[in-house]
Design a protein around this ligand. Structure first.
Ligand SMILES: [Mg+2]
Length: 250
């Protein structure tokens, strides 16, 4: 089954229970590992900004039609089609759009345009305050670290504090899953890893194989077009936003 896309304010009591499980696992000596893009951060504001900038630079007003809910996968062609842009125009201009997107999306400045996923900073703070190590494990490369650090601080994620670590790829061209697999050795030196959240099926599967007793959670936003699907034992988190019980549910 494929993820249904971002729903940052969709909440349910079942979702609350999974968030509670994550917090309950946090304790001194334990390590919680969090992915960033599509997990703790919503990258869509970064992408809308990129489209608006290119619209201005090139004089292509049709790109201003792109909104956050038009991003459903990693295809910019799909995004532009969802925005109602003419198919022939998309076919002709997609390479230029793609080149600008790649030059900007993977940059330290542009990651500061992301928004934290609503409720995620509170969750990570709760995990950290219970004494666990917090590791941010991301496919972003080292050139994107300064903006990443600024974004973590801006949205109130624990950072520049004891028991917090940011791990970025040493090289841009390194495979994300391979990097995360190799990073587990370093993470193991910090304590017992028992919480792992990621929105990439291959990553949660790799992690569950390495740490079968950990609470490995698939965050349902967007992900790569790779064919992997999360293993059946892995729970799905729809959002970090907590449902408020209604009178009828008490
Ligand atoms: Mg991700």
């Amino acid at each position: 089954m494929r993820a249904r896309g971002y729903a940052p304010f969709e909440s349910s009591m079942a979702n609350n229970a999974l968030l509670d499980d994550i917090v309950a696992r946090a304790a001194p000596g334990m390590v919680a590992v969090f992915d960033l893009d599509g997990c703790l951060f919503d990258t869509r504001p970064r992408q809308v900004r990129i489209f608006r900038e290119l619209a201005a630079l090139k004089g292509w007003p049709q790109l201003c039609a792109v909104r956050e809910d038009h991003f459903v996968d990693w295809s910019l062609r799909t995004t532009m089609t969802n925005a109602g842009i003419d198919a022939a125009w998309v076919a002709e201009h997609e390479p230029v759009v793609r080149a600008y997107w790649e030059r900007t999306f993977f940059s330290s400045l542009y990651v500061t345009y992301d928004h934290a996923m609503p409720g995620a900073p509170e969750l990570v703070r709760a995990v950290w305050e219970r004494g666990a190590q917090v590791v941010y494990l991301t496919g972003r490369d080292v050139s994107m670290a300064p903006g990443t650090e600024a974004a973590l601080r801006a949205f109130g994620y624990p950072y520049n504090a004891v028991r917090t670590t940011l791990l970025v790829k040493p090289r841009f061209d390194m495979d994300d899953t391979l990097f995360k697999d190799q990073a587990l050795e370093h993470i193991a030196s910090l304590g017992t890893t028992n919480i792992y959240l990621d929105n990439e099926p291959a990553n949660v599967n790799m992690f569950k194989t390495r740490h079968p007793d950990a609470l490995v959670v698939f965050v349902e936003t967007d992900h790569s077009p790779r064919a992997d699907e999360p293993a059946a034992v892995i729970p799905w988190l729809r959002s970090f936003w907590r449902a408020v019980p209604t009178a009828g549910s008490l």
